[in-house]
Design a protein around this ligand. Sequence first.
Ligand code: TRP
Length: 351
Amino acid sequence: MTGDTPTSTGLHLGHYVGSLENRLRLQREYDCFFLIANVHAFTTLAEKPGEIRANTLGIVKDWLAVGLDPETSTFVLQSEVPAIAELTFFFAMLLPFNKVMRNPTLKTEIETKGLGDSYPFGFPMYAVGQCADILAFRPELVPVGEDQEAHIEMCRDVASKFNQLYCGVGNRVAAEEHVQAGGLFPVPRAKIGRVARLAGLDGVNKMSKSLGNAIFLYDDEKSVQKKLNKVTVQADAATGLVPQSHVLLQYCDAFLLDARAKEIRAMYAAGGEVMHGHVKAELGAAINELLAPMRARRGELEARPDKGDSLVLEVLKRGAARANSVAEETLYLAKEKMGVALGRRTLGFAG
Ligand code: TRP
């Protein structure tokens, strides 16, 4: 189980190496749930619902373009799964307020997005909501980038606490054994991607649309190369060398064959004349080769009469039905454990 917040019209390379790659692999082995966190998008875009809608459609198109398969996996539109909202309220009681406010991922977001102290109540609330996104589907694994680890940790706390309070699981039972010991929720593990944190083109921050330092999966060939060409390469004043931590070298590790990345690293370590332009061209070619099939599939979708929107909405509607059948069951079982269940209920679209 994992998800993306629709704050941009498409996903970027950081999403790809951090999570999408794992999803592609895992969807062949596991029953997967991929969620569009459109309710969370309102934490920063409440005044622009049209943008959230457009971003949602765009991201699902990227999922399809990358190869996530709605036939074998469930695409979940968060706002269509009421059990998530209901579980959020119960879970909020299991987390100390101050612990949520100290969550390092939230703190970083407040800084990098310049939220100051004017963020809405719902902003820290989304971290609690994310526990419900995950636990509604009772998953084992959550493929995410490193930045999400604090959220997964909170989710593990909630799952353990719930199992201990309402399912009689002892305090000493190991996380992996909660279900065996009678717990409703498996205590899920984060599965970090091949590249835990991909730096953005600025070489400082994590790649992110809001910081304008991203290469998007649907960027055309020329823009990919142009963006790379703009990366500044400067030798360190003290050593006279381009530092091995430089973002270009990180990209070499991420997108070139290991042996070639090592060669380029050695070249930079040795000093001498390195043609940065050549390295950038090599990287651009490798990234474009990776992106070409995705770009083509997204292009095909966008070329449909309504830009593929109706197809996406159809996929989301089918996904909602499947998601609700699982999440409703979880909610019912959770309410039963808490002693507030009266009976099962049914949900569905009227038309
Ligand atoms: N917060 C995640 C992000 O911004 C998106 C997300 C929402 C998520 N719900 C989730 C990720 C549940 C994993 C599991 O990237």
